[in-house]
Design a protein around this ligand. Structure first.
Ligand code: AP5
Length: 229
């Protein structure tokens, strides 16, 4: 399945993409994670990207597209993927269509937009904590770790993202409204979009996504299993 998850910052795209990986037999490809890895590795690209990420602004396409194209070309993405955080502009969506066409004439199967009101987003993001070691995600109130500041799975230290300060989150919401929300109309016109309510427990939201994906999810998992490694 070739799926895009859209939604404002903190809507739960990453949470849902991680849960969907096993069900769909397709990897999560998160542009934010790819950029944060580059920042951590202190590549020239990462250093440049950090200047934009810290402000809550979009990173220029030249930096983002290189990572996405490389990642989509890896073997585990050959039979499908769950894109999280990309595309974020109509221009990126058009580039994605061209990129996929160049990879064996592939195309998107579905775009799911997770809709969550701004005030809930600020609450979700301010409580988010991520494991430095394995990337597992927690929320101080909605999904707290068993031991304060330590990951349940690997005991790694939990941290708060640099761009999760309230002012930066508000800037990210403005950027979403101006640059990314137009994608709802764009993918709606293409007949690919389902909008789902992002309020509820993660498992309930997962169920709404699975229903919106419908038969395409099951069929593409079977195709992924049949594909030679
Ligand atoms: P990115 O990392 O993509 O951030 P984002 O889109 O702002 O999304 P988040 O990761 O903040 O939230 P999410 O929707 O994944 O929610 P999550 O599941 O974590 O991008 C960061 C920056 O990188 C951008 O600002 C930009 O600078 C740059 N960038 C990235 N992609 C780019 C691109 N394509 N072009 C240009 N620049 C780009 O959940 C949030 C919290 O809520 C967690 O604590 C979670 O536990 C909790 N939670 C999740 N679901 C629920 C629920 N149902 N109920 C209660 N709590 C929940």
């Amino acid at each position: 399945m070739q799926l895009v998850l859209l939604g404002p910052p903190g809507a739960g795209k990453g949470t849902q993409a991680r849960m969907l990986q096993t069900r769909l037999g397709a990897p999560q490809i998160a542009s934010g994670d790819l950029l944060r890895n580059a920042v951590r590795s202190r590549t020239a690209l990462g250093v440049e990207a950090k200047r934009y990420m810290d402000k809550g602004a979009l990173v220029p396409d030249a930096l983002v597209l290189k990572h996405i194209e490389e990642r989509l070309g890896q073997p585990d993405a050959a039979a499908g993927f769950i894109l999280d955080g990309f595309p974020r502009t109509v221009e990126q969506a058009e580039t994605l269509t061209a990129m996929l066409k160049g990879h064996d004439s592939r195309q998107l199967d579905k775009v799911i937009a997770i809709i969550v009101p701004d005030e809930e987003i600020v609450k979700r993001i301010s409580g988010r904590r991520t494991c430095k070691n394995c990337g597992a995600m927690y929320h101080l109130i909605y999904d707290p770790p068993r031991n304060f500041n330590l990951c349940n799975s690997c005991n790694g230290e939990l941290y708060q993202r640099d761009d999760d300060a309230e002012d930066t989150v508000r800037m990210r919401l403005d950027v979403y409204a101006a640059a990314t929300r137009p994608l709802l109309e764009y993918y709606g016109r293409a007949g690919l979009l389902s909008q789902i309510d992002g309020i509820g427990r993660p498992e309930e939201i997962q169920q709404r996504i699975v229903e919106a994906i419908g038969d395409a999810g099951g069929a593409s998992k079977a195709a992924a299993k049949d594909k030679p490694a």
